[in-house]
Design a protein around this ligand. Sequence first.
Ligand SMILES: Cc1cc2nc3c(=O)[nH]c(=O)nc-3n(C[C@H](O)[C@H](O)[C@H](O)COP(=O)(O)OP(=O)(O)OC[C@H]3O[C@@H](n4cnc5c(N)ncnc54)[C@H](O)[C@@H]3O)c2cc1C
Length: 286
Amino acid sequence: MRYERPDTIQDATALLANADANSFVLAGGTDLLVRMQNDDFEADIIVDIKSIAGMNEVTQTDDAFVIGAAVPSAALSENAPLCAAWPGVVEAANLIGSTQIQGRCTMVGNLCNASPAADSVPALVAADARVRIAGPSGTREAAVIDIPTGPGKTSLQTGEIIEALVLPAPRSSSGDAYLRFIPRTEMDIAVVGVGVHLALDQSGAISAARIALGAVGPTVVLVEEAANAVIGTRLEKDALDALAAACSAASNPINDKRGTVAFRKQVAGVLARRAVQTAYTRAGGK
Ligand SMILES: Cc1cc2nc3c(=O)[nH]c(=O)nc-3n(C[C@H](O)[C@H](O)[C@H](O)COP(=O)(O)OP(=O)(O)OC[C@H]3O[C@@H](n4cnc5c(N)ncnc54)[C@H](O)[C@@H]3O)c2cc1C
């Protein structure tokens, strides 16, 4: 196995471009190295992206936060403007594993590992985040929701690397939140995860909403019916009931020892109610 640590994105994509080699990007390694240790696969080339310029930085522009693909979760909570703008995204990233894991793991690694239960992905989808992708034939952008295509599978092509996550600058009077249910207090995989982003109009009513569910389908489910249930409301009881019902109905989870289908569907509704109320308060709603 070759280990490479290139300094440029061009060198990195060139190393990954050989379709016959079993090659992998290495960010924090908290999924990749565990899988290698478990002998899940034989790797020919491992391309460590942590020395590439910009990969370890969070930059703020007028209209976005650009988070380099190698920025670990722990660094996000130290970025005050990001925490103020996107507290739900940061709290999702800071639920991953433990303090030790968060010192290494990245949101882009969480996304590209394509686990249906990945914690940061519903929060990023609710935020309408995008990714910048570099590949052998140039760069492109894609919505986060379009990257995972099924458990362990992504839409990335041979040689492509995600360079950065792009979170839009939040509009005024908006807020986000992420909640998950796990059977233990930490170090467990989400049985259900819910990401919410809301914006309010001047009267305090909800003018826009994105509600994304994790761990209840092969990929994140963006529930338009749930958004429609709360738009135009101030989260009165009827709106919350309709939101919960829409989230339960949109859930299509597996049945396993950590949760039955019926349990997961119910929890999706319960967590959506709670997450939407947190996002509403963060947006300035009363
Ligand atoms: C003890 C433990 C606890 C955990 N707890 C949680 C948890 O609570 N919630 C949760 O969601 N996850 C959890 N995880 C899983 C893991 O920590 C996360 O998925 C993490 O975010 C992966 O990020 P990474 O940078 O370490 O990814 P890596 O392991 O470096 O990479 C993961 C995958 O993504 C690919 N990849 C990485 N970066 C890029 C890129 N820039 N472009 C293209 N492909 C890329 C890699 O090739 C690999 O296939 C846990 C893992 C462990 C070991």
